[in-house]
Ligand binder design. Structure first.
Ligand code: PBG
Length: 324
């Protein structure tokens, strides 16, 4: 039976009807807002390629976090712009490191936010790679202990979730073991399990000052052409003890989000990355797109594809728009 018995337009007639049958509903409770912490105090510097996104000192981060909390957003993820960089990313392990101090400041302000941290070396190494370099290559095993120590340091500062984004093999196991050995057996790991080597990280590398100084990340981040491999990466990270997994970027990888959602029963996060944000911003500033419509459509698409959690620079805007 089809037309004229079936007329799908019947259920599109009014906003009330459309709302009644709507399958996907965005909520700020599922958003995580990424933030960039820099040294100093009273610093709030807008990122050129990401209008509305700032590098901020810990005091300003706390102020911003109050907004984030009041908008009903569940959490933030912190990235660090350290004072110093070296080949091994030592500044990522300091008790008084930028991220550690920001976590403590947020904790002190008693904000009702889940504080996650990005665990990686690229922001802290002078060469900008996500692991240490041996014989001109990013060395996997030599990097694991540093990532584990970094996670522990974030945990000690008061992080609620650690989120490794480096794409070294075995890092989830190394982090889990280190946390468990130090009484952090209850601290969840959100692993960037299917992280692709993407052109859409461009603006982030300006925001986090983390562009590789030689070569690229193809030897550790995934080839954009591969889907089965993403399922393997997710399965491995879950075996190693990841509590939640992430697909990143989001838009060119909606199929991956869907497949991961179907095959695994853990919470799936998707990272609506910097380039995806900047494209919308740039087009909107030129009057080519309606920012609110485009951004909400993108976020809806990411959730519809199967993401439970969305990391997005549009989190605050979207939370406001959802309230209107
Ligand atoms: C690496 C990291 C990157 C992003 C998050 N963690 C960049 C990279 O792999 O080069 C990208 C996020 C974004 O583009 O918004 N620590």
């Amino acid at each position: 039976m089809s037309f004229p018995v079936h007329r799908p337009r019947r259920l599109r007639k009014t906003e009330l009807l459309r709302s009644l049958v709507r399958e996907t509903r965005l909520s700020a409770a599922n958003f995580i807002y990424p933030m960039f912490v820099c040294p100093g105090s009273n610093v709030r510097q807008e990122v050129n390629s990401m209008p509305g996104v700032f590098q901020q000192s810990a005091d300003k981060i706390v102020e911003d976090c109050r907004d984030v909390e009041s908008l009903g957003i569940s959490g933030v993820i912190l990235f660090g712009l350290p004072e110093t960089k070296d080949p091994r990313g030592a500044s990522s392990l300091q008790k008084a490191g930028v991220v550690q101090r920001a976590i403590e400041a947020i904790r002190k302000a008693k904000l009702n936010l889940v504080v996650s941290t990005d665990v990686c070396l690229c922001e802290y190494t002078d060469h900008g790679h996500c692991g240490v370099i041996e014989n001109g290559e990013v060395a996997n095993d030599a990097t694991l202990e540093i990532l584990a120590e970094q996670s522990l340091s974030h945990a000690r500062a008061g992080a609620d979730i650690v989120a490794p984004s480096d794409m070294m093999d075995g890092r989830v196991a190394a982090i889990r073991k280190k946390l468990d050995a130090n009484n952090f057996q209850d601290l969840p790991i959100l692993s960037y399990a299917a992280k692709y080597c993407s052109g859409f990280y461009g603006p982030f590398r300006e925001a986090a000052d983390s562009a590789p100084q030689f070569g690229d990340r193809r030897s550790y981040q995934m080839d954009p052409a591969n889907a089965r491999e993403a399922l393997k990466e997710v399965a491995l990270d879950l075996e190693e003890g990841a509590d939640m997994i992430m697909v990143k970027p989001a838009l060119p990888y909606l199929d991956i989000i869907t497949r991961v959602r179907q095959e695994f029963s853990v919470p799936v996060a998707a990272y609506n990355v910097s380039g995806e944000y900047s494209m919308v911003k740039a087009a909107a500033q030129n009057g080519w797109l309606d920012e609110k419509r485009a951004a909400l459509e993108i976020l809806t698409g990411i959730q519809r594809a199967g993401a439970d959690i969305i990391l997005t620079y549009h989190a605050k805007d979207a939370a406001r728009w959802l309230k209107d």
